[in-house]
Design a protein around this ligand. Sequence first.
Ligand code: FAD
Length: 503
Amino acid sequence: MSVQTLYSDGARPVRRVVIAGGGTAGWMVAALMGKLMGKLLDIRLVESEEIGTVGVGEATIPALHTYHELLGLNEAEFMAATQATFKLGIKFEGWKAPGEDYIHSFGLTGKDHWSAGFQHFWLKGRERGLAAPYGDYCLELRAAEEQRFAHLPNNGMNYAYHLDATRYARFLRGLAEAHGVRRIEGKIAAVLREQPGEGDLTALQMEDGSRIEGDLFVDCTGFRALLLGQTLGVGYEDWSHWLPCDRAVAVQTASVREAPPYTRSIAHPFGWQWRIPLQHRVGNGLVYSSRELSDADAPDMLRRHVEGELITEPRLLRFQPGQRHEVWHRNCVAMGLASGFIEPLESTSIHLVQRAAIRLMRLFPAGGIREVDVREFNQQTTQDLQHIRDFIILHYHVTERDDSALWRHVRTMAVPETLRHRIELFRETARVFRPLDELFAENSWIQVMMGQGISPQHHHPVADLMGDAELSQFLNNIRSQVSRQLAGLPPHQAYVERLCAPY
Ligand code: FAD
C-alpha cells in the first residue's frame, strides 16, 4: 500500500489543525503550536465546559522549563497565575517499608569520575566508615529536607513546580488565543471520516449541528479518546499486571502549614496517597487498587488522611494504566490521557504532553502526512513510555512491604526484562547507565533504588585506589560545599511569597 493511500490521499498539505479537548493537554499543545506555527496554520480548539476536565495533574518535573522557554513565559507571572510553588523532588514515605522514608530529588549527588559514578566512591566510603548519608551530597535533596529554596546562577538549583491544573489551562489558553488559536465551546456529537467507518478524519460534528473540518486532528479528549480510540479504533496495551492501581480519588484542602518544596507520596496497604502543596491550597488524592479498597470507601479513607478543611468534594477517577498501540494514526495524534496513562507517581503525564507537543512540532507534516514521520513519532513515544513505565514499576517492585495482596503481588511479579536487567546490574555492580534521551537520569535511578532498599554488592575498583585520607577529603569537600550553599538559601515559603507579591 502506498503512503498516500495509507495516510492521506495525495499527501494533502496540512493547514487546518483541530484540537479536540481543552484540558491541560489540549491547551499545552494549542499554546505551543500557536506560538511556533500560528502564522502558518489555522488552529481551533474545541472544549466543553459541561464535560469539564480531570482537574488533577499538579506536580511537574524540571523538563517543564524547556516548554516554558519555548513559550517565552515570565516565571513570576506564571507562578502568580497558577499559584505555583517550587518542587525539588518527591518524598516517598513508607514505600520501602512502613515508617521508612526517602527523597527522590532533582539535581545531582556528589561528583562523578570518568570511569565511575559518585555512588561507587560513596559505597567505598561507607564501607570504611567515612561517608555521611548519601543525600548529604545533594543540594536539592538537602534543600527539600530543610524547606529552603532560591534560584542559583548557572542552573545551580534543579527544580520544577507544583501548580493549579485548572489555572494552568486557563493561563495557557490566554497565550494560545493571543497567538491566534480559536476556541470553540460545545460538545462533540460525532467524529466524521472520509467514508463511514473508513479513511481519515474529516470533521467534528458538534451537538449544535455545526461542523469543524480539519486536515490534522489532535485528540486531547482525556480518558474518552473520542478520536483515536473510539473513532479510529486504535487499541490499548494494558499494563495493569505491573501497575495494579486503577482508581484515584482527589480532593483539595486548605493549607494549614508552610508549603514544603516537595511532593509527598505516602504508601498505604491499598496503594498510595499524594499531597501537593500550592500557594493557596493543597491537592490531595489516593491512588488505589479497586481490589484493595472499594470506591464507596475511598472518599472516607481520603478524608481520614488529609489535614485542613476540605474545599472540594472528593472526586473519583477510574483509569487503566497503559498506552495506545499507536498515538499517531492516520491524521490523528493523541496527547495527554487520550494517549495512555501511567500513574502519577513521578509526575510524568504533563511531561509526556510536552514531549508529544514538541515532537509534533519537529515532525509537523506541513507538506502532507507521511508514513515515515508517523512511524518515527510512534517509535519515539513508545521509547519514552516504556522507560517511564519501568521507572514507576521499580518503586512498587523493590520493596519490603507485604501488608496487603497488592504489595505481595508487586514484590514478586515478573517485571519487564529492561527493568530486571537494570535492577540486577545495580544490585551486583552499583552501575547505572542512561541511554540517550531517557528522561530519568542516573541520579534518579540510584536514589530510588537505594531508597527502596537495594544495597549494591560491589563497586567500581577505581574507588579502591583512594586511600582513607584522600577519599575522606573528597567526600567531605562535596558535603561542605552542599552545606555552605544550603546555609545561604532562604525558606521556601518566604521566597515564593516575595517572588509572587504584587508590585
Ligand atoms: P482532560 O483534563 O480530561 O481534558 C479532556 C478535555 O476534552 C476537556 O476539555 C473536555 O471538555 C474535552 N472533551 C471530552 N469529550 C468531549 C466532547 N464530547 N466534546 C467536547 N469536548 C470534550 N500529571 C502530572 O504531570 N502530574 C501529576 O501530578 C498528575 N497527577 C494526576 C493524578 C491523577 C489521579 C490523574 C488521573 C492524572 C494525573 N496527571 C498528572 C495527569 C494529568 O492530569 C493529565 O495528563 C492532564 O491533566 C491532561 O489531561 P487531558 O487534558 O488529557 O484530559
